[in-house]
Design a protein around this ligand. Structure first.
Ligand code: ADP
Length: 166
């Protein structure tokens, strides 16, 4: 049984992430989508909300588990006895950072192989930050996020805008 972990901020999950999730779920017996919690990085959605969004949009994929973790990815990897770390690559700009992470993870744990999946054509320019930026100005995010969570993303971004004003 091959277990893969797909880690990220997923703040929030986008159609680009979902494309990687679907393709990785076909490649491995089990895929854990892991919301990495980084207390030093400001986020729009709580880890619980981010996990809930991912669960809602992957409800029809049977071999998926969604979790969150606030420690080192490699510790979680060992805890779950996983085989592979999956990462999505959008452009060369992603590559340098992801390459460095893959090497560090392999150095920390020799069996930790990273598999890169190339983003699809639309996903190549899509990021969670871009979605939040468009939502903040009431733009149309319907092509970029799954329909089931679109309204909650709009609400969450507005909540953030309001709390920053107060
Ligand atoms: P973001 O940069 O959008 O905040 P995350 O930290 O949540 O992304 O990214 C988690 C993983 O998903 C990373 O491997 C990242 O390269 C990949 N990823 C992010 N957005 C996309 C996309 N639109 N298409 C494919 N992969 C993506």
């Amino acid at each position: 049984m091959r277990t893969a972990i797909y880690p990220g901020s997923f703040d929030p999950v986008t159609c680009g992430h979902l494309d990687i999730i679907k393709r990785a779920a076909r490649l491995f017996d089990k895929l854990i989508v892991l919301v990495s919690v980084n207390p030093t990085k400001a986020s729009c959605f709580t880890p619980e909300e981010r996990v809930d969004f991912i669960k809602r949009v992957t409800v029809n994929i049977p071999n998926i588990e969604v979790d969150s973790y606030d420690g080192l990815l490699i510790d979680y990897f060992n805890l779950k006895k996983a085989d592979v770390i999956v990462k999505g690559l959008r452009a060369m700009s992603d590559f340098e950072y992801e390459f460095q992470m893959a090497l560090v993870n392999k150095d920390l744990c020799y069996k930790a192989e990273t598999v890169f999946l190339c983003a699809d054509v639309v996903g190549t320019f899509l990021s969670s930050s871009m979605v939040k930026q468009i939502a903040l100005f009431d733009g149309d995010i319907s092509s970029y996020v799954p329909l089931e969570i679109e309204r909650d993303i709009m609400k969450g971004v507005k909540r953030l805008k309001k709390s920053e004003k107060d």
